[in-house]
Design a protein around this ligand. Sequence first.
Ligand code: HEC
Length: 93
Amino acid sequence: MKRLAIVLALVVPMLMSTVPAMAAQQLTAAEKQKLFLKGAKLWPIYCNHCHNARNPAEFAPYQWDAIMMHMRTQANLPPEDAEAVLQFLKTAR
Ligand code: HEC
C-alpha cells in the first residue's frame, strides 16, 4: 500500500506535466496570445509536411485536442511546439 502511494506520488505529477491542454488553461490572456502567435508561425511549417495544413475552422476545439494527440506524434513535435500549435488551431477562426 505504501509503495503504491509512493509510485502514485511520483507518476501523477509526471503525467500532469505532459498534458499541454491542462497547462494552457492556467495561462494569462497575454501568455495565450504569445502561444497563439507562436502556433500560427509553426502550423504551416509542421502541418504542411505530409498533407495540406488543415484549416483551424474545420474542426471544433475538442476535436483538435484528439487530432493533435495523433498528429503531434506523426510530426514528432516537442511539447512546447505542440501546445502552441494546439492553441492556434483551437482559437483561430
Ligand atoms: C508525418 C506526417 C504528418 C504530419 C507532419 C502531420 N500529419 Fe496530419 N495526417 C497524417 C496522415 C498520414 C493522416 C491520415 C491518416 C491518419 O489519420 O493517420 C493525417 C490526417 C490528419 C487530419 C485528418 C483527420 C480527419 O479526421 O480528417 C488532420 C486534421 C491532420 N492530419 C492535422 C494535422 C496537423 C494539425 C498537423 C501539424 C501538427 C499534422 N496533421 C501533421 C500525417 C501527418
